[in-house]
Design a protein around this ligand. Structure first.
Ligand SMILES: [Mg+2]
Length: 217
């Protein structure tokens, strides 16, 4: 299994306007160098997953609906990205992917064919006590993304996310997981997620495809 975790803002996408942050879902474009790098990664067998801090909701710059729409538009602009995890804070993380929305619990604007899953952290559910906070520089969002992929591939052989994390820690040499991003908290999250096999790659090595040569070698 080969996974490439990508920070989004300033790494994969940027505002079209002169704003520093994407505060309106349509105010975004894919950074050309990132598109090329992701094409190379997918061609080399990597699953590419976005991992984004979305503190703008609690800070009052956007609402949840616009935040989820923003991630959906990124995936429409970049269909090679398989899904996006968005950390609202340390205790709440959403996953946006293509596929049927299985749950009736979500409001109607969360419609087919997009799937939205919400994960609650340690504050809400003792079941998830083993997960670290979702918000980078904490490694919880990275752990969750990897565990979900391991679960997806296990055909139900592994029980839940906690078991999957244990399995990943024991067998972390069995797959390659890279993380890239433009900020120190991306690198810190990757370092904190070393126990699940994550290795940080610098932004320039991601754009140049240098990490792919190292991965193959
Ligand atoms: Mg960034």
């Amino acid at each position: 299994m080969k996974i490439l975790l990508c920070d989004l803002d300033g790494t994969v996408r940027k505002p079209i306007s002169n704003n520093i942050f994407i505060n309106s879902p349509t105010d975004q474009e894919i950074i050309p160098k990132a598109r090329v790098a992701i094409q190379g990664a997918v061609a080399s067998g990597f699953l590419v997953i976005g991992v984004t801090n979305q503190g703008g909701i609690n800070a009052g710059y956007k609402n949840l609906k616009n935040c989820l729409l923003e991630q959906r538009i990124t995936m429409q602009l970049l269909p090679l990205m398989s899904c996006i995890y968005a950390a609202i804070d340390d205790d709440e993380c959403w996953c946006i992917s293509q596929g049927p929305n299985w749950s009736f619990r979500f409001p109607t604007w969360l419609n087919l064919p997009w799937r939205y899953s919400i994960y609650k952290g340690m504050g809400e559910n003792p079941k998830y006590n083993w997960l670290d906070g979702f918000r980078k520089p904490n490694p919880g969002m990275l752990q969750l993304a990897i565990a979900k992929e391991v679960l997806r591939k296990s055909d139900g052989l592994l029980g839940g996310i906690a078991t999957a994390i244990e399995y990943v820690i024991q067998r972390r040499g069995d797959w390659e997981v890279y993380m890239t991003g433009d900020r120190i908290e991306d690198e810190q999250a990757a370092i904190a997620a070393r126990t699940v096999g994550v290795e940080f790659i610098k932004l320039e090595d991601f754009y140049s495809g240098k990490f792919l040569k190292e991965a193959i070698a």
